[in-house]
Design a protein around this ligand. Structure first.
Ligand code: FMN
Length: 219
């Protein structure tokens, strides 16, 4: 898995793994969300297809597969439709990625009465498909950065998404670029230390609120 990594990846080891994540398997261990993409890198159609297969093979409620993706490659018509609707914070870095997958989820039956049976699970399932795509990207030496900061209604309309789907997020995928090539503001985004809540704050044992203790773990 190492051979696909860029020089920038090798010289920036501090983002992952963070303390506590060293025992995770790859590609979980080295995944993080960069905001500096190489805007000269292009992803070949085979690689794009492999990423989509990762999403396709995610599990889902009743195998309902309620997800959909619009592939917005940098410079493509769908990319041009997306970019004007990015939030101010995302407008600098998202357009530099090689490709953005705009995600959507089916929340109601289509006109033929198909799908949309369990919208609550559909959100769960789309998230899982997005995670699979994101991890597949990492295993291919790529980086992915998911984002929700854009005008979802405007993108829904611009991309012609049917009303029984909701546009949810974007997944920007590419290789990490040179920090020197981006404005200070975008460079600063990556300086934040990656933190997580402790397991003791969200994992319960005998009942809700009662701490879970890993077997053999010292108190
Ligand atoms: C649903 C969702 C929405 C997000 N929206 C944004 C966003 O609009 N802009 C952004 O820079 N990052 C966004 N992120 C990325 C998170 O901020 C990032 O995953 C989190 O800070 C953890 O960092 P890490 O992925 O490097 O571990 C989003 C992530 C998810 C899953």
């Amino acid at each position: 898995m190492d051979e696909g990594h860029t020089e920038a990846d090798r010289t920036e080891p501090s983002h992952a793994p963070m303390p506590g994540a060293e025992s995770l398997a790859e590609p979980l261990r080295s995944r993080w969300s960069p905001s500096i993409f190489d805007d000269t890198h292009r992803l070949g159609p085979e690689d794009v297809e492999t990423l989509l297969h990762a999403a396709q093979w995610a599990p889902s409620w009743g195998n309902s597969q309620p997800w959909a993706f619009v592939v917005a490659e940098r410079g493509s018509p769908s990319h041009d439709l997306l970019v004007p609707h990015l939030s101010r914070g995302n407008a600098g870095w998202v357009p530099r990625a090689s490709v953005v997958f705009v995600t959507a989820v089916q929340v109601a039956p289509d006109p033929a009465g198909e799908g949309g049976a369990s919208p609550g699970h559909a959100f769960h399932d789309l998230g899982q498909a997005a995670a699979h795509l994101t991890l597949q990207a990492r295993s291919m030496g790529l980086h992915a950065h998911q984002f929700a900061g854009f005008d979802r209604e405007a993108v829904h309309a611009a991309l012609g998404v049917p009303v029984w789907f909701e546009v949810m997020t974007g997944i920007a995928v590419g290789v990490r670029g040179n920090p020197e090539d981006v404005p200070e503001r975008d460079r600063g985004r990556e300086q934040k230390v990656r933190r997580r809540r402790e397991l003791s704050e969200f994992v319960w044992g005998p009942s809700w609120g009662e701490p879970w203790g890993a077997p053999g773990r010292a108190e």
